[in-house]
Write a protein that binds this ligand. Structure first.
Ligand SMILES: Cc1cc2nc3c(=O)[nH]c(=O)nc-3n(C[C@H](O)[C@H](O)[C@H](O)COP(=O)(O)OP(=O)(O)OC[C@H]3O[C@@H](n4cnc5c(N)ncnc54)[C@H](O)[C@@H]3O)c2cc1C
Length: 304
C-alpha cells in the first residue's frame, strides 16, 4: 500500500453509493462482531470485479471477499485494505430444466426456495443455512446428510491473475467444509446446480422438518457463526465440548451455547478477542479431557 491515496485511485470508476470508507463490519456478520474495514466496495459487474482485484493485486493492497458473513469472525481492529461484496446483480437465480443457475450473492435459503417452487429436489438441506451460494460453495456447506457437493456441477470463478474460468465439480475439489477456492483464492461468481424433479409438497415438508430441527437444537436467538469447529474424525465437536464440561462456559460476552455446545454465541457486545480466547480455551480443555484436537470451521479475518 505504497500510494497514500490508494483508496481514491481504486475508486476512480466506482459509483459513490457503492463504497464506504472505514465501515464497521459488525453489521455485515452474523456474529455482530468486527471493527472497520478501510474500504468496503459493492461490486456489480464482472469487469469491475476483475479491474478492482487486479488493481489490489498489482499494488499490494490486501483484499477480502465477504458473502453474507455467517461463517466469519472479523478482528476487533477490523481489516486493512478492501472488503468486497457482490451487489444484487450477482444474486440472480434462473431455472434451466432440472438445473438452477444462481449468482454467488444469492442467499442459499432463496436458492432452496426457488428449487421447491419449481418442484426440484436436492436443496432441502440448504434451506436453513443462512449464507450465500458463494460462501456455500467455498465452504462446501452441508447439513442433515446433504452438502453443496451433491448438487454443484459447474461454477464460474474469477481467478486473480488468470481471469474468468469455469470449473467442474471435480475441479472444485469439494470436501468436508473445503473447496479448491480455499487454496487458490478464486472468487465464485455463479454456479450451476443439478437437481432432480420431485413433488413440491414433499420438498417443502422436508424443508419444514429440517428447519424445525434447527430451531429446536440451535441457539438461533443469539448472534453466532454457526458451528465453530469442524467435526473431528469419529466424533462430534458439540458432544466433545459438552463431555469436557464446557457447555455454558463463558469468556467476556462470548459463551459456549447452553443449547448447542458446538456454537459460540454473542451474549451482546462480545469482542473477537472474547471469542478467540474462548476458542483457544475450548481447544485446550477438550484436548486435555478427550484427546481430540478441534479445528475451527469459521474463517478468522484480520489476524494474519
Ligand atoms: C445459525 C447458523 C447456522 C449455520 N448452519 C450451517 C449448516 O447447517 N451447515 C453449514 O455448512 N454451515 C452453516 N453455517 C455457516 C455458514 O452459514 C455457511 O458456512 C455459509 O456457507 C457461509 O456463507 P456466507 O455467504 O455467509 O460466507 P461468509 O461467512 O461471508 O464467508 C465465508 C468464507 O467464504 C468466502 N466467500 C464468500 N463468498 C465467496 C465467493 N463468492 N467466492 C469465494 N469465496 C467466498 C469468504 O471469503 C470467507 O472466507 C451456519 C451459520 C449460522 C450463523
Amino acid at each position: 500500500m505504497k500510494n497514500k491515496n490508494w483508496r481514491e485511485a481504486l475508486l476512480a470508476e466506482v459509483k459513490p453509493d457503492r463504497f464506504r470508507y472505514d465501515e464497521p463490519l459488525a453489521s455485515y456478520t452474523s456474529f455482530r462482531i468486527g471493527g472497520p474495514v478501510d474500504l468496503l466496495i459493492e461490486v456489480n459487474t464482472r469487469a469491475e470485479l476483475a479491474r478492482l482485484i487486479s488493481y489490489c493485486e498489482g499494488t499490494g493492497i490486501p483484499w477480502y471477499f465477504l458473502g453474507r458473513g455467517t461463517n466469519v469472525l472479523v478482528d476487533d481492529a477490523g481489516l486493512r485494505g478492501v472488503a468486497f461484496r457482490f451487489g444484487p446483480d450477482f444474486a440472480r437465480i434462473t431455472v434451466e430444466g432440472n438445473s438452477l443457475r444462481a449468482g454467488a450473492a444469492a442467499p442459499l435459503a432463496l436458492v432452496a426456495e426457488t428449487a421447491a417452487r419449481y418442484s426440484l429436489s436436492g436443496l432441502e438441506f440448504a434451506s436453513g443455512i443462512p449464507g450465500s451460494l458463494g460462501g456455500g460453495v467455498f465452504m462446501n456447506a452441508g447439513s442433515y446428510g446433504g452438502e453443496m457437493k451433491d448438487v454443484v456441477v459447474a461454477a464460474e470463478i474469477y481467478q486473480p491473475g488468470t481471469g474468468f474460468i469455469t470449473l467442474n465439480r471435480d475441479e472444485l475439489k469439494l470436501g468436508y467444509r473445503t473447496s479448491v477456492l480455499q487454496e487458490t483464492g478464486g472468487i465464485l461468481v455463479e454456479a450451476l446446480l443439478q437437481l432432480t424433479p420431485g413433488d413440491e409438497a414433499t420438498i417443502r415438508a422436508a424443508m419444514k422438518t429440517l428447519n424445525a430441527k434447527r430451531r429446536a437444537k440451535q441457539p438461533l436467538e443469539y448472534p453466532s457463526a454457526g458451528s465453530v469447529f469442524k467435526r473431528p474424525t469419529g466424533a462430534f465437536a458439540g458432544q466433545l465440548i459438552e463431555a469436557a464440561g464446557l457447555k455454558g462456559h463463558r469468556i467476556g460476552q462470548a459463551q459456549v451455547s447452553p443449547k448447542h455446545a458446538g456454537f459460540i454465541i454473542n451474549l451482546g457486545g462480545a469482542t473477537a478477542r472474547d471469542v478467540l480466547a474462548l476458542i483457544e480455551e475450548v481447544q485446550n480443555i477438550v484436548f486435555q479431557r478427550t484427546g481430540y484436537r478441534l479445528e475451527p470451521e469459521i474463517r478468522i479475518l484480520g489476524r494474519e
